[in-house]
Write a protein that binds this ligand. Sequence first.
Ligand code: PLP
Length: 380
Amino acid sequence: MNEYSVTTKFIDLEMQQKRIRPYLDKAITKVLNHGQYIMGPEVSMFEDQLKQFSGASHAIACANGTDALTLALMSIDVKHEDVVIVPSFTYVATAEAVAQLGAKPFFIDVCETTYNLDIASLKRAIKDSKKMGINIAAIIVVDLFGLPADIDSIMNIAKENNIKVIVDAAQSFGAESKGRKVGTMGEITTTSFFPAKPLGCYGDGGAVFTEDDELAQKIRSLSLHGKGSHKYENVRVGVNSRLDTIQAAVLIEKLKIFPSELLSRQKVAELYNEKLNSSQIKTPQIPDNHSSSWAQYTIKIDDRDFIQKELAKRNIPSIVYYPIPLSKQSGYTNSITVSKGVEISEKLSEKVLSLPMHPYLSEKIIFHICDNIKDIISRR
Ligand SMILES: *Cc1c(COP(=O)(O)O)cnc(C)c1O
């Protein structure tokens, strides 16, 4: 149809690979040569770099972002029948990690402008829990689409009520809030290196961050079958969740260009904002003193499904993250939902649309996408 039709990709990992391919080849070859595929030297090297990058005291690499959440929950002893507060508008893994441990997700609503956990809804859930006589074991805060949540308010409420806070930063690694990098907020932070995340490997990968020495030790032990002082001493029931050496080698190379990629994502977001912001299109709102890692660039529009279909006809990819709030998922009926309900999550699931976002998106293609969206809206 036009010169852009084949080049508009939702996420472009090829261009990134082209940029660093010789370094990747060298790094992977090195692992093939030394042969330490599990817990090779690249793994601890990458963990050190994660600490340096985020400023966190401890970084423990693991097999994926879902395991990172499981390890975090296990480390604070979340178990069968415990209740964990989770936003209803997030990727399923946040609640899945809770349910897999036999615990119950307690779904609360999100804020309409930030898509992150809503403070009023959190307060209401805590009030509800007292009325119901249930004990809240933890809150999982999600930094949705790359924007860090309002962690100070959440931590204050959590401390008052003696509840532990886990930050699911699967989408926000690289972002900042009030001068602090993601990885240092909450008792424990988890992230994912799934290929499409802002920092992704070529397979599955994840990490857990904490400032607490004891928790760090426990998380590491849990990830290695509950390992004690040596491999064949098992002091607790753990899991098998390690980052492959080859993935660590890939991540070391990708982390080198990550800061420049974050800047490029920011530029892409600013161009989108400039071109799209109008009465019919709600662009993302980033609060003062915050930065996003722009895992997704998500707008809100009326007639979302129609607009998405029209965009597809014009070869412009877009994705709905997320079409069903978790509190409405049939696999999660054995959960609790905050007494006032999750009205905003339900509304968002009908209006959100995520547009192509990656560090290599050219101005020309961004304008092409924006012009088409506006054209579709004007013809409605
Ligand atoms: C991707 C994601 C996860 C899970 O990460 P995996 O590495 O795919 O297991 C968890 N939470 C959120 C919010 C995510 O986006």
